[in-house]
Design a protein around this ligand. Structure first.
Ligand code: DOR
Length: 453
C-alpha cells in the first residue's frame, strides 16, 4: 500500500477488539496506517482527537462476497453507491463477484473493474475472476496477485455462469492458481423441484416455498461434489454462503490457522441473512428475502450461529445482492434472488453479541481477521501497528432501520423496522474519516487490495 496523506488522528479511551482480545487502549493513525497502539498517548500538535469514551473500536469488516453490479446493471447498484452504503455499515474492504454484464471471465474484464473502482470506491476493493464452461485457459493464467480468487458457480444463480461440465470443473480445481470459491447448489435438482411447484401454482409460487425449491438436498449434493473435487486435487476451496445445518458436518472444526501454524485448506462461509432470518420471515418479507441459496428453517439458523461460534464456519460475509423493488414485486418465477446487506451487516452481527451467542472478538475474527488471512490480504483486517487504518467505532445507541436512511441504490433494506442496539459511530478507511456516524465524509479513497502470496 503506498503511503497516504491522511489527517493524523488519535482515538483515546477506546476498547480495542483485535487478535482475540478486548483491551483498553488509545490508537494513533498516520499516513493511512495504524501508527501506534498503547495507553496514555497524548495528542500531538495538529492531530485530530476522538474520545471513544470506552466504546468498542474494531478493524473494519472485509466482506468477501458482494455484488456491486458494475458493469452492466448500474440501474440497481454501482461501485460508488454500494461502497458508500458499505462504509456507513463499518465495512472497509469488499471483494466483488464476477456475475456482472459482461461477466469477469478474463484478465481484461478484471482490470476494467479495478479501473472503474479507482477514485470511486469508498472502501478498499478486490474483484474475483469468474469461471465458465469455456474459459479454462484464462483461469489457469490468472495472476494470483491481481485477484482474491476464482468464483465457480456450481449452481446457477443471477447471471448465466453455471459451470457444470465435469472435466472443466475437475481442471479448474486442479489448476486454479488462487483459492477457489464456490456457489454450491445442484441445478438439476432445483429445476426438477421448481417444475413440480410450477405445476401446482403456475408462476405465482408463494415465497416460502423458495426454501423447498432451493432445497437443502440441492446444497448438500453440490457441496459434497466441491469437497470431493478439492480433496482429489488438493485445492484451496472456500465454500460460500452455507445455509443448512446438514452441510456443517462436512467442514473441519477449529481455528482457521491451526495450532501448528498451518491454514485450513477447505473453509466455509455463511452470511448474515442466514443468521437473522428463517422460513417464518417469508410471510412478512416475501421475495425481499428470496436469495440463493435460500433462507431455510429456524433450526438451520440456530445451527449456523453455533457453527460460527464453534469455528466450523470460518467467515461471516453478506452476499450483498441488490435488486430493485419493482423486480422484487414480480411473481415468484420473475423475482430475482438477492438482498442488499452491507449497510447493516455488522450491526446485525453485533446483535448476536448482545444475545450472548458470540463475543465481539469472535465477530471480529469472522468478519475481519479470517477474510484477510484466508485471501492473504496484505496488512489489513487487524488492529496492529503498521497495518492500514481501516477502523470502525461502535456506538451502543439503539436505532431503527428506516427506508430513507438506506444508501444502496435499490433504496430498501430487509431490516427496515428492525431495531439494532449498536450503530456505526464512525468509519475510517486508510486513516481517513469516511463516515461520521450520520453522514458520509471525505472523498472516495478506497485502495486496491494487495495479496501477499
Ligand atoms: O441470491 C443471490 N443473488 N445469490 C447469488 O448467487 C447471486 C446473487 C445475485 O447476483 O443477485
Amino acid at each position: 500500500m503506498p503511503p497516504i496523506a491522511s489527517k493524523p488522528t488519535l482515538i483515546v479511551n477506546a476498547r480495542l477488539v483485535s487478535d482475540g482480545r478486548e483491551f483498553e487502549s488509545d490508537l494513533r493513525m498516520e499516513n493511512g496506517r495504524i501508527a501506534q497502539i498503547g495507553t496514555g498517548l497524548s495528542a500531538r500538535e495538529g492531530e485530530h482527537v476522538v474520545d471513544a469514551a470506552g466504546r468498542r473500536v474494531l478493524p473494519g469488516m472485509i466482506d468477501d462476497q458482494v455484488h456491486f453490479r458494475e458493469p452492466g446493471m448500474e440501474y440497481k447498484a454501482d461501485i460508488a453507491t454500494e461502497s458508500a452504503a458499505a462504509v456507513a455499515g463499518g465495512l472497509t474492504s469488499f471483494m466483488d463477484m464476477p456475475n456482472t454484464n459482461p461477466p469477469t471471465l478474463d484478465a481484461a474484464a478484471l482490470e476494467d473493474k479495478y479501473a472503474r473502482a479507482a477514485g470511486r470506491a469508498r472502501a478498499n476493493y478486490g474483484f474475483y475472476m469468474g469461471a465458465s464452461n469455456d474459459n479454462l485457459e484464462a483461469v489457469k493464467a490468472i495472476d494470483p496477485l491481481r485477484t482474491p480468487g476464482v468464483k465457480v458457480f456450481m449452481g446457477a444463480s443471477t447471471g448465466n455462469m453455471l459451470v457444470d461440465n465435469p472435466e472443466t470443473l475437475d481442471a479448474i480445481f486442479k489448476y486454479a492458481p488462487t483459492p477457489i470459491i464456490t456457489h454450491c447448489e445442484d441445478t438439476p435438482m432445483i429445476d426438477a423441484t421448481l417444475a413440480q411447484f410450477k405445476a401446482r401454482f403456475g408462476d405465482d409460487i408463494p415465497a416460502e416455498f423458495h426454501a423447498d425449491i432451493r432445497s437443502r438436498q440441492a446444497c448438500m449434493k453440490s457441496t459434497l461434489l466441491a469437497l470431493e473435487l478439492a480433496r482429489r486435487n488438493d485445492s484451496r476451496l472456500h465454500v460460500l454462503h452455507i445455509s443448512t445445518a446438514d452441510e456443517l458436518a462436512l467442514f473441519e472444526r477449529g481455528p482457521l490457522i491451526r495450532g501448528d501454524g498451518t491454514r485450513k485448506r477447505i473453509t466455509a462461509e455463511t452470511c448474515i441473512h442466514f443468521l437473522r432470518f428463517d422460513r417464518a420471515d417469508y410471510a412478512t418479507l416475501g421475495h425481499l428475502i428470496k436469495c440463493n441459496p435460500s433462507i431455510k428453517e429456524a433450526s438451520d439458523r440456530e445451527a449456523l450461529i453455533a457453527a460460527v461460534a464453534e469455528d466450523v464456519i470460518d467467515v461471516l460475509a453478506t452476499d450483498h445482492a441488490p435488486h430493485t423493488l419493482e423486480e422484487k414485486s414480480r411473481p415468484y418465477t420473475g423475482a430475482p434472488s438477492g438482498l442488499p446487506l452491507v449497510q447493516y451487516a455488522l450491526v446485525a452481527a453485533l446483535e448476536l453479541v448482545r444475545e450472548g451467542k458470540l463475543t465481539t472478538a469472535q465477530v471480529v475474527q469472522k468478519v475481519s481477521h479470517a477474510p484477510a488471512q484466508l485471501f492473504d490480504v496484505a496488512q489489513r483486517g487487524f488492529l496492529r501497528e503498521g497495518f492500514a487504518a481501516d477502523i470502525v467505532l461502535i456506538d451502543d445507541t439503539p436505532f431503527t432501520v428506516r427506508r430513507e436512511d438506506v444508501l444502496s441504490k435499490c433504496g430498501w433494506s430487509p431490516f427496515e423496522g428492525r431495531t439494532f442496539h449498536s450503530r456505526i459511530g464512525a468509519t475510517w478507511v486508510n486513516g481517513e474519516l469516511v463516515w461520521d456516524g450520520s453522514q458520509l465524509a471525505g472523498t472516495p479513497n478506497g485502495q486496491r487490495l494487495e495479496f501477499a502470496r
